[in-house]
Design a protein around this ligand. Structure first.
Ligand SMILES: [Ca+2]
Length: 299
């Protein structure tokens, strides 16, 4: 090894002219200085652009936070409790003129009911054909329109006689339904609301619902109130108020703890929301709940 190193050194020295050997330190320093300048310049440029990028990122984060919509939190103030038939697997609830209409689901157990809002007593009831799983319910003039879950059929019933009228076909699942006086709003278990013509049931638009910027799926029973859409969310103890023009959730309504003690035995999820515009109160209940509540949503 020592021999090889020596040979190489000797060879190198022999190949190097004497005058070049004399100016080598200067050249080395020049090269080093240029290298330092280049590396330093690149580093400064990079840090400048990184710092610009960081401040740009910080700026957009601030903007994003500022543009992040504020969701108001409300709670449920219970004004009154009324009874609710435990055999109703509630899917749709509608208030009209001192009456409550309710649609209930499950195969072989689906029904349409008229209730007395003062007591919750069932005053009229018809069974839905066992092949259909009843879902959301809306009132358009004299027609109650009831969705079915997966049969892609909506049935109409006369508001007073419950006589079956025309039916509509649609694509996909049916969950919740409400009527805002101009169009029907329908949920299908996703984050989508579909707007439909109330006469033809044809889709005329849709909106995706976002809670704090994130898709809010499992939208279930609906209620159209003064241009807003209130919704149950499947398997959740909260409701939301949605601006249907933007899809944004504007209010989050905590409805935990409504049922207490033995009332919870056999009761399923919170579902069913109806609005009484004369009293400006809501009726809410759940599937197989023994009670319904007349409530206000308050700060
Ligand atoms: Ca409703």
């Amino acid at each position: 090894m020592g021999r090889t190193r020596h040979t190489k050194g000797t060879k190198k020295r022999a190949a190097t002219p004497a005058r070049t050997t004399a100016s080598r330190p200067l050249r080395v320093w020049l090269v080093a200085a240029i290298a330092i300048a280049v590396v330093g310049g690149v580093w400064m440029l990079r840090s400048a652009s990184t710092s610009q990028a960081s401040s740009a990122n910080a700026g957009s984060a601030v903007l994003e936070a500022e543009s992040q919509p504020v969701v108001r939190s409300l709670r449920v103030e219970v004004l009154r409790e009324l009874s609710h038939e435990r055999d109703a697997y509630t899917q749709g609830l509608v208030w009209w003129n001192g009456q409550l209409f309710e649609s209930a689901g499950r195969y072989g157990e689906s029904t349409l009911r008229r209730l007395d809002p003062q007591t919750g007593r069932v005053e009229q009831r018809i069974d839905v054909s066992a092949e259909y799983f009843g879902e959301g319910l809306a009132l358009v003039d004299r027609r109650l329109i009831m969705l079915t879950w997966t049969a892609e059929r909506a049935f109409t019933y006369d508001r007073d006689s419950f006589e079956l009228g025309e039916s509509f076909r649609y694509r996909g699942e049916g969950w919740g339904l409400c009527y805002d006086g101009r169009r029907l709003v329908m949920s299908d278990g996703s984050d989508r609301l579909t707007f439909r013509d109330p006469d033809t049931f044809e889709p005329i638009g849709e909106q995706r619902v976002r809670l704090r910027g994130q898709p809010l799926r499992d939208l279930n029973e609906l209620e159209c109130v003064d241009g807003a859409v209130y919704a149950n969310v499947w398997e959740e103890d909260f409701l939301v108020r949605i601006d249907p023009e933007t899809g944004r959730v504007t209010h989050y309504i905590d409805a935990t703890g409504l049922l207490q003690g033995e009332d919870r035995i056999g009761a399923e999820v919170l579902n069913g929301i109806a609005y009484d515009p004369t009293a400006e109160t809501f009726y809410i209940t759940g599937k197989w709940w023994p009670k319904m509540f007349e409530v206000r949503f308050v700060d």
